[in-house]
Design a protein. Structure first.
Length: 77
């Protein structure tokens, strides 16, 4: 599965203190950002309105049919 390089870091609650600890060692932090098979993702298309700074509503992240940047429905993701 391919993820965007802009995907935020997702940490389990148990690792938050370590991540925020200014004295944490680099090796320890790198282990926190490695792939975690316990985290499951669900991928779906969302509104192309997400790219507009003027849009800000809950509908932006609701599943929608695949569309291009102009809102034209497409057959493929």
């Amino acid at each position: 599965m391919h993820f965007s390089e802009r995907l935020p870091l997702i940490l389990p609650v148990k690792d938050e203190k370590t991540w925020l600890d200014p004295k944490a060692e680099e090796k320890e932090l790198l282990n926190l950002i490695s792939h975690n098979p316990d985290i499951e993702f669900e991928m779906y298309s969302i509104s192309s309105r997400i790219n507009s700074l003027n849009e800000n509503d809950a509908g932006l992240t609701k599943p929608t049919p695949p569309a291009d940047q102009f809102g034209n429905l497409s057959l493929f993701d």
